[in-house]
Design a protein around this ligand. Structure first.
Ligand SMILES: [Fe+2]
Ligand SMILES: [Fe+2]
Length: 477
């Protein structure tokens, strides 16, 4: 099957856009609105004219999606790329298992599907907005370049989702595409849809933890959608995952480099604060914060929506092929839930129908992946002779969605998962989450470093550069 990239003047794509004039026109009309949004609320204006060493996707072949060159961000070739269509592909799970995949939106699932696509789409521009000022305090040119790579790819992911809305949802889709450029992260009147995407990202520690934990939610959502019976969605998200891997690399290795720097200083018998590094206890608090905010993105532990998404064949599980039973008409999932009838903070074990537990199943995969990264950071501590270890908090800690949100559970929980009164929470909160003083300290370290090969004092340089270049390469001119 040939999926040669069509070199289209305005919108690079492998979907033969030129053959659908109406769609092409609609997207070409959306393009200036998109660029207007990028200029207004994308990376800070002074960076828009800079030459950045970026990777651009020009096709989905292995040699086509990683073209490196200097590009000015507004000239980045945001394109529409779907992985190739497979002949004879069938739906892999749910009530329609075994039927041919859909290339058009099934009428009965139109609203559900639109909701899924819009919710995913909304996170892409939101993260660009959250990160817009970070370039001003980048710890090195290498990091500055990685930030902009993440930003332009999130922009491309918005394109990918807007293509689905425009090509399959008619007038409603076009309106949703406009609205995606109108909402703003953190705006009181027009906020982004999901909580973590309205949180401020004011410094690079937030950024590294965000790309580690919040982009990683994105990874699992995209994997679940890559199983979709609606094939254009499956093929779009499948390709997005290749780019998403880099975002998580930025986060996971970013945190690791911060840990490394702190541990090195401590190994030399010095106080991290004296050396402008970040103490381990502050890092643990940021870990608590972003892990818990990101867990909320998976939705309620017991969810009829999740069951409907699975039953309808729209959203599967992470690597659905690893399971034996793809219909899940029977089967239960045992989870710990609060039981307020037994008293405040009482927890009981409960079996729930597996289909209603699909959010929790995906969250399980996510938590395992996070634990793997935490283990890696702990090995970095160990290598530098440090006995402290990072830990993921209990899933009950600091939740705002689902069964363990205080309004649902009737109580709060500490990082070990034990119930906690509101008073105790207020008294001890700053032991577990970044305090005003912690944030002020981290902010005080954030200074822009622009000389090639130089790096700020709070983070170690990477072990290697991008695309075989050295750390001292001029990643941004
Ligand atoms: Fe994305
Ligand atoms: Fe991402």
């Amino acid at each position: 099957m040939s999926v040669a990239a069509v070199s289209d003047d305005k919108i690079p794509n492998n979907v033969d856009l030129a053959s659908d004039k109406r769609l092409q026109r609609a997207l070409e009309q959306w393009l200036p609105s998109y660029l207007g949004w990028w200029q207004e609320i994308g990376p800070e204006r002074s960076f828009q004219a800079r030459d950045v060493y970026l990777r651009t996707a020009i096709s989905v072949e292995t040699d086509g999606w990683a073209n490196f060159d200097y590009v000015k961000m507004p000239d980045y070739r945001w394109g529409i790329f779907l992985t190739p269509r497979e002949e004879g592909k069938t739906i892999g799970f749910g009530d329609h298992m075994g039927e041919p995949v859909w290339n058009e939106v099934p009428g009965e699932y139109r609203n559900m599907l639109r909701r899924i696509i819009v919710t995913q789409a909304d996170t892409e521009p939101a993260s660009v907005e959250q990160q817009r000022l970070l370039g001003m305090t980048a710890p090195s040119l290498y990091d500055l370049r990685n930030l902009f790579q993440v930003n332009v790819e999130e922009g491309r992911h918005l394109w990918a989702m807007v293509y689905l809305l425009h090509s399959h949802f008619g007038k409603d889709g076009r309106e949703e595409a406009e609205a995606l450029l109108e909402r703003r992260s953190g705006d009181a009147d027009k906020p982004r849809i999901l909580g973590a995407f309205n949180q401020p990202i004011t410094n690079w520690l937030d950024f590294f933890f965000f790309t580690m934990f919040t982009d990683r939610d994105g990874k699992f959502q995209l994997y679940a959608l890559a199983e979709s019976g609606f094939d254009p969605l499956a093929r779009t998200t499948r390709f997005m995952l290749t780019e998403e891997a880099h975002h998580m690399f930025v986060g996971e290795t970013g945190v690791d480099r911060v840990v490394q720097r702190t541990a090195q200083v401590m190994q030399q018998g010095k106080d991290p604060r004296q050396e402008g590094a970040i103490p381990i206890e502050i890092l643990q608090k940021y870990l608590h914060l972003w892990f818990s905010l990101s867990e909320d993105l998976f939705g309620g532990e017991i969810s009829s929506n999740a069951a409907d998404f699975f039953a309808s064949g729209l959203k599967g599980r992470y690597k659905e092929a690893q399971y034996e039973d793809h219909k899940v008409l029977t089967g239960e999932y045992r989870m710990t839930v609060p039981d307020t009838t037994k008293g405040v903070g009482k927890l009981v074990e409960k079996d729930v129908p597996l289909r209603t537990a699909m959010n929790e199943v995906l969250r399980d995969n996510y938590v395992d992946d996070c634990q793997r990264a935490v283990d890696k950071w702990n090995r970095t501590l160990e290598r530098h002779g440090q006995s402290a270890r990072f830990t993921l908090p209990s899933r009950r800690f600091h939740r705002n969605q689902g069964l363990f949100a205080p309004q649902q559970a009737g109580t709060r929980f500490d990082p070990a998962g034990a119930p906690l009164s509101d008073d105790d929470w207020s008294r001890r909160r700053d032991e577990w989450l970044p305090s005003a003083a912690d944030m002020a300290y981290v902010e005080s370290l954030m200074k822009q470093v622009t000389a090639p090969g130089q790096i700020a004092a709070w983070v170690a340089p990477p072990s290697k550069g991008i695309n075989g270049q050295g750390f001292d390469f001029v990643y941004v001119k």
